[in-house]
Design a protein. Structure first.
Length: 339
């Protein structure tokens, strides 16, 4: 990576997490993989402070850790992820896309997960419902089931995915993901943390049954000392919802795939017409969760499948659809094989 990339990553870390986290993150970007002791020595920070910084970086995917180069049993080594840090620049676009597709509820779900890195479904639903209730008129509130439904839709369309289970890390109902405590408390564990994929983690897009019933609560202005008592009550809340230890994160690759699809649709509309672009949009939508983001083409679809999936508002006769499909097959928009 270039010096400019490291400097930009440092500025992003400082803006979002503070100077201390920026110092540790920038050091790892410049130095490469290092164990905890080396990071402590070379940054002149206390062990506890470095552990907390690594927890923050791991929780947000900005740092990964693997077993040491000397083999099993050697201290874990930490490596900062430049590409992941630079994705912070696209956070506003991710949030806006979620709002466009799934409304205010989808927007807040993505925003919460981007801000916190990893969250359980129950925690996300409660937080988003409370935020939506706060903006509603007096006497109105958001039902948890509505937020849960939107959360499930985001998972079904692969915009959200489960965090992979980390070997040797305890799964508790705490608000921090299992990877973060493992990074801080047990740096010697020979564990590898990587973004989950459907191929490597079968339950990546499986939504657990969450027993969460109720409505969002409006936050009242706390009186003297009331905010501290509320914080203590929140910490003492041991209620379970059935999804303890199951954490979720934003699937950035799925958003990038959506951006690519929108660019393709726009190109077809500009080159041909709006009807052609809607046919292409339908084909891409039918293939969005069944085709790899890196695939050169979608999976084969029959003309009948495409016809049945077209928006009813277009009311395109079947023979007209066949003509458009023929036009798209021979279309001049296609990139040459060498290009």
């Amino acid at each position: 990576m270039t010096a400019q990339e490291i400097r930009l990553c440092g500025l992003l870390l400082q803006e979002h997490f503070g100077e201390v986290v920026e110092k540790v993150g920038t050091h790892l970007l410049r130095s490469g993989a290092q164990n905890l002791r080396t990071v402590v020595q070379e940054t002149n920070l206390s062990v506890d402070l470095v552990k907390k910084c690594l927890c923050v970086l791991v929780q947000h995917g900005a740092c990964c850790f693997t077993s040491g180069r000397k083999g099993p049993g050697s201290p874990a080594e930490y490596r900062a992820c430049c590409d992941r840090i630079l994705r912070v620049l696209r956070y506003p676009r991710y949030i806006y896309t979620a709002k466009t597709l799934y409304g205010d509820t989808g927007e807040l779900i993505i925003e919460e997960l981007l801000q916190r890195g990893h969250m359980t479904m129950s925690s996300t639903v409660k937080t988003v419902a409370d935020r939506l209730t706060q903006n509603m008129e007096e006497g109105h509130s958001m039902d948890y089931s509505e937020v849960s439904s939107t959360f499930s839709k985001l998972v079904e369309t692969h915009f959200l995915q489960r965090c992979p289970p980390v070997g040797g890390a305890g799964t508790s109902g705490s608000s921090a993901p299992s990877a973060a405590p493992a990074a801080a408390a047990a740096p010697a564990a020979a564990v590898s943390v990587a973004p989950p994929t459907p191929e490597s983690f079968p339950e990546c897009y499986s939504v657990p049954h969450v027993s969460l019933i109720g409505r969002g609560k409006r936050q009242l202005v706390p009186e003297n000392g009331e905010d501290q008592r509320n914080a203590k009550r929140a910490k003492m809340d041991t209620e379970t919802y059935g999804d303890e230890g199951i954490y979720w994160q934003v699937n950035f690759e799925r958003f990038h795939q959506h951006f690519r699809d929108q660019a393709i649709i726009s190109a077809v509309a500009n080159k041909l017409d709006q009807t052609s672009s809607e046919i292409v949009r339908t084909i891409l939508r039918m293939s969005e969760v069944t085709t790899s983001a890196t695939a050169a083409c979608t999976k084969p679809l029959s003309a009948n499948e495409i016809f049945r999936s077209l928006p009813a508002s277009y009311n395109i006769p079947r023979h007209i659809l066949d003509q458009y499909l023929t036009l798209l097959v021979d279309d001049p928009v296609r990139t040459p094989p060498a290009g």
